[in-house]
Write a new protein. Sequence first.
Length: 377
Amino acid sequence: MREYKISEIENKRILGRTAPVENDKPLALFWAASALEVNVKASEVHLLLSSDYETSEPWISVYLNGSPLSRFMVEKGEARWVCLARNLNPEKENLITIYKDTQPMTGEAKHSLFIHKVALSDSGIFCPLKERKIKIEFVGDSITSGEGLAGNPEEMDWITQWFVGSATYAAQTARNLNADFSVISQCGWGLCWGWDGNRNSVIPPYYEQVCGVAWGDYQKSLGAQEKWNFNGGSDFVVINLGTNDNGAFFQPPWQEDKFQDKYRLSLNADGSVCVHDSKTVIDAVKDFLKKVRKNNPEAVIIWCWGMIKLDVIPPLIQQGVEDYMRETDDTRVCTLELDSMEMLEKLAEDKGSRGHPGPKTHRLAAVKITDLIKKLC
């Protein structure tokens, strides 16, 4: 076997936001569905991996030529070699993709996953990767992180083994379109507030960083809090935020600490959102669209919702999008309502764990987004 540092591999593709890899520095994967991709002619492929965490261990999935090959937890501690594939035809090119299946863990200062080296059989080579002509960015919450795509419907513990970022509607859409893609997503977070009404659990303030939701000095040393180089931006940006904002209206009032007043989200007698909170959501939609547009000047921005049935938020998102388009004359923005898990999932194999959308809902969401992007290309 011959070992190669990540910086030594010229023919590689890195998916997702990461810090630059130089010299002996390993590749740090932060977001769900971030990945290393190599195209090899080799009979055997190994990977040198390491991780650190307090409670929430990272999981990875390995795909061979676009199909799942294996999935496993990365052990904590010193770097270990893992065999990804053996007895491959050494004359055939094989595309190997190593996905991080788990999202960043904001509550754990040391949660991390590193790829140090790739090893090939002695005569193995890294082949050029075929160019991909479309680049898509996905922004979301637990649905986009892949929560619930492992485990049966009765599993309700919040643990990382139920995350499968490589199998989400986002990853499937990218594979359908043979597109490069990246994901920014965090469970329980929203546009204006999180699932519990916490106004700190929101994605937009971190959008321009590599992985700003990863806090602390250790994550800073990895480059997580650096400004992200959009490099001209994506061709499409798919925003799937609003599910947690919707749910927060049905939670008890949020209180930051005992010295602060409780913040109550309010509904009118007819079930609609009160004027103050409506304006908050509409303004947040407009502000986030402006930020996305600034960094993705040529992108078509698609704001979607619906994989979990929503009631109060969709009209406000729609209003925010319409107001933004009217105020800015930006016509390259649209909305898309996706089919809900409540409507689609009838059989046990359709369903996900933790009350989240299962395989069928993700697959059909990917089909719907794929069809729209094809029409817009």
